[in-house]
Design a protein around this ligand. Structure first.
Ligand SMILES: Cc1cc2nc3c(=O)[nH]c(=O)nc-3n(C[C@H](O)[C@H](O)[C@H](O)COP(=O)(O)O)c2cc1C
Length: 412
């Protein structure tokens, strides 16, 4: 497999040579790209000699012997992963801003390959709010960032800022490569967003779901090679690329769309916040203010239980539970009641996570296990959830029970 190692202008640039060797020891073919800053610290010749490839040092080759004119696009398509180590504060800022003013930043924008960032810098630079928000944004955009280590820094200070240990970086790259296409052959049927139940022609009963978690799951599953059918209640989000969108509004429409697409699915993930009740009667005309008003509500259908009842052998069904009290016990009870394979439990009573937030924490509950997924961006959490889902399937179940889902859990 081919990976690109971007080296930027930090004092830890010299460590990238050792990192390159460690990557090669894992049978990875490494193409090195150096920023101008990096070339002030280490000579390209070091990396050329170690990698066996010409080191890319400029965007402006103009189709000469130094490389093809569109090398940034050519490499963007050819690389299996982009690792930036060390990643300077400046490079992180330019990536986060979407700049494309040198080869590395242009490559970052142009590639669909997974990106791993290993920042290294002075502790104050690392802890600065600007750097922290750049890293958070880059994670939001799908990159995997490896936190620098604490220790004595080259600048004489002590704190977080040292380039992560070589083995940690190598293992992260390998795990990111391993996730690529690990859902190929799967059809993931996903629900997202919050349903709306009409009260009158202009009003509805809704909920606080933003759809971010479901959309992050859709994007991650698609990136990992799955066919994704996304049944989405209204959200303010852009449709994730590569997914088949099925827009719905009410719980009833969501139920119908999910049951309709169920036979095609090998994995079902119910991340939508579905209304438990709907008005029994919808007013034909807009309601006017005229004293107290009582709405009579009737329960909506229990979609998760229905999906479990109608599922084909071997199909995985995963639900979400947003709980406000006694989360673990309520989540476990829901899992058993519904008969799903797993429940992603959100304790929405916690500050700053869950509904409408970009961050979330969850517990992945199966009938026998409870895996804590600590607070992280919803994009990173989406990948963690999919990895947990992937582990639910055992090879023998897959082979004996179902033709569907040939990609999951094959130990790749
Ligand atoms: C001696 C020296 C050491 C530096 N070390 C670091 C560092 O460890 N991390 C960092 O983010 N910036 C460091 N800088 C600042 C960067 O080199 C500078 O921000 C540069 O613009 C980075 O460009 P690049 O990201 O395109 O390579 C250092 C600068 C100097 C002069």
């Amino acid at each position: 497999m081919k990976i690109t190692l971007g080296v930027t202008g930090g004092i830890a640039a010299y460590k990238a040579a050792e990192l390159l060797r460690a990557l090669q020891a894992k049978a990875l073919d490494v193409q090195v790209v150096m920023t101008e800053g990096a070339q002030r610290f280490v000579q390209p010749l070091t990396f050329a000699a170690l990698s066996g490839h010409r080191v890319i040092t400029s965007l402006w080759n103009e189709g000469t012997a130094d490389g093809p004119a569109m090398e940034h696009i050519e490499l963007a398509q050819r690389t299996d992963a982009l690792l930036v180590a060390p990643a300077s504060a400046d490079t992180l800022a330019r990536f986060a801003a979407g700049r494309a003013d040198d080869f590395l930043s242009t490559l970052y924008l142009a590639t669909a390959a997974p990106v791993v960032l290993a920042p290294a810098m002075n502790v104050r630079m690392w802890e600065h709010a600007a750097t922290q928000s750049n890293v958070a944004l880059l994670e939001e955009h799908g990159a995997t960032a490896i936190a620098p280590e604490a220790g004595a820094l080259a600048c004489g200070m002590y704190g977080s800022g040292r380039l992560a240990d070589t083995q940690v970086v190598v293992e992260t790259v390998l795990s990111v490569l391993d996730r690529r296409e690990d859902l190929a052959g799967e059809t993931v049927l996903l629900s997202a967003g919050g349903t709306r139940e009409a009260v009158d022609p202009v009003r509805f009963l809704g909920n606080r779901s933003s759809g971010k978690m479901g959309y992050a799951l859709a994007e991650a599953a698609s990136r990992r090679g799955a066919r994704v059918i996304l049944v989405s209640a209204p959200t303010a989000l852009r449709a994730p690329g590569g997914c088949e969108m099925v827009p719905v509004t009410t719980a009833g429409e969501m139920r119908a769309a999910l049951l309709d697409h169920l036979p095609q699915a090998s994995v079902v993930i119910m991340a939508a916040a579905v209304s438990d009740y709907r008005p029994r009667l919808v007013a034909e005309q807009k309601l006017r203010r005229a004293g107290p008003l009582t709405l009579e509500l009737e329960p909506t259908e229990d979609i998760l239980s229905e999906l479990v009842r109608h599922r084909a052998p071997g199909m995985l069904v995963v639900g979400f539970a947003a709980e406000t009290e006694d989360a673990l016990a309520s989540g476990r009870a829901k899992l058993l009641r519904k008969g799903a394979d797993a429940i992603v439990l959100n304790d929405v009573s916690r500050e700053g996570v869950g509904f409408d937030s970009d961050r979330n924490a969850a517990t992945f509950l199966t009938p026998t296990t409870a895996t804590e997924l600590p607070e992280m961006s919803k994009r990173v959490l989406a990948d963690r959830i999919l990895t947990e889902v992937r582990q639910l399937r055992r090879p023998q179940t897959m082979l004996s029970e179902s033709g569907a889902g040939a990609g999951l859990g094959q130990g790749r």
